[in-house]
Design a binder for this molecule. Structure first.
Ligand code: FAD
Length: 262
């Protein structure tokens, strides 16, 4: 079977700076890493490959430095990697991102299961996985927390519905977005690091995506516009009180009286 995993490079940490004028995240000079949910997606694919055979291909859309997450995926068991990198792809909203990734997956032509993380830790929209599936006309399930049985032409799984668990049987080919409950990702292997250091990463620009329509990429293909982007206001300062239980309860009562809660 051929498993395809969409992986995104995201800024490290939670303190991402925002360019309020341009309405984008400031990514220059910021340490980056593989989106954490994509490590679960990759682990799911590699574990299926190990059990049932086949291969794992990873795809990322991003600037040239996103090659680092593809190299990292090689250390985690991926066999082949594609980086979709082109100025034409810049400024993409979730629809244009989904279009670009879907065009690349269509070009690979033989994906049986496409895995995505349930969301990213920067854009955080959870739209790209379902967007790719819709563009490819594939059945899909989001928030998959357990893979139960893989059959020749279908997969049985459980999704987290928030207020319940749904058990589904989905025909292949399909797309799944996974939660962090699905597995425990392995650590990068030193043996694979050594063994894959000369493995190529295929770079595709917009011309490589045969049949894709030019106006659907990047800013031109993005029907949504960022009107304003700003960090949420910081919640109130947190204060830590120390003392005996009696002192702390006295102090708490005084504070509540001061705030007129009691
Ligand atoms: C109008 C507009 C303009 C924008 N301009 C820019 C810009 O100039 N530069 C910029 O960096 N961002 C820009 N963005 C943000 C960009 O659209 C999102 O980063 C991107 O669409 C992914 O959305 P997300 O992070 O919410 O992913 P989610 O939908 O939360 O991600 C779900 C899963 O989809 C997959 N996935 C998502 N993105 C990728 C990817 N790039 N490659 C591979 N797999 C992926 C992963 O498996 C991921 O776990 C813009 C957004 C808007 C609305």
């Amino acid at each position: 079977m051929h498993f395809v995993v969409c992986i995104k490079q995201v800024p490290e940490g939670t303190e991402v700076e925002i360019d309020e004028e341009k309405g984008i995240l400031k990514r220059e000079g910021v340490e980056s890493k593989l989106n954490v949910y994509d490590t679960y997606a990759l682990e799911a694919a590699v574990a299926l490959k190990e059990e049932f055979g086949g291969s794992v291909t990873v795809i990322s859309m991003g600037p040239p430095q996103a090659e680092a997450v593809i190299r990292e995926s090689y250390m985690l068991g991926a066999d082949e990697g594609y980086l979709l990198s082109d100025r034409v792809f810049a400024g993409a909203d979730t629809l244009a991102t989904s279009y670009t990734l879907a065009s690349a997956i269509r070009q690979l032509s033989d994906a049986d299961i496409i895995f995505c993380g349930m969301q990213t830790t920067d854009g955080d929209t959870a739209q790209v996985g379902p967007g790719i599936a819709e563009l490819l006309g594939l059945p899909h399930a989001s928030y998959v927390k357990r893979l139960c049985t893989l059959e020749a032409d279908a997969i049985i799984l459980e999704t987290d519905m928030g207020d319940g668990i749904e058990s589904l049987k989905i025909e292949l080919p399909c797309l799944l977005t996974v939660t962090n409950e699905i597995n425990q990702p392995r650590l990068p292997s030193f043996r694979l690091k050594q063994g894959t250091k000369n493995r190529p990463v295929t770079i595709w620009d917009h011309q490589a995506l045969v049949g894709a329509k030019q106006g659907y990429f990047g800013l031109d293909g993005s029907p949504t516009q960022v009107e304003r982007i700003f960090p949420p206001p910081k919640s109130q300062e947190q204060v830590i009180w120390q003392g005996t239980p009696f002192e702390l309860s006295q102090r708490m009562c005084a504070k509540l009286r001061e705030l007129k809660y009691i």
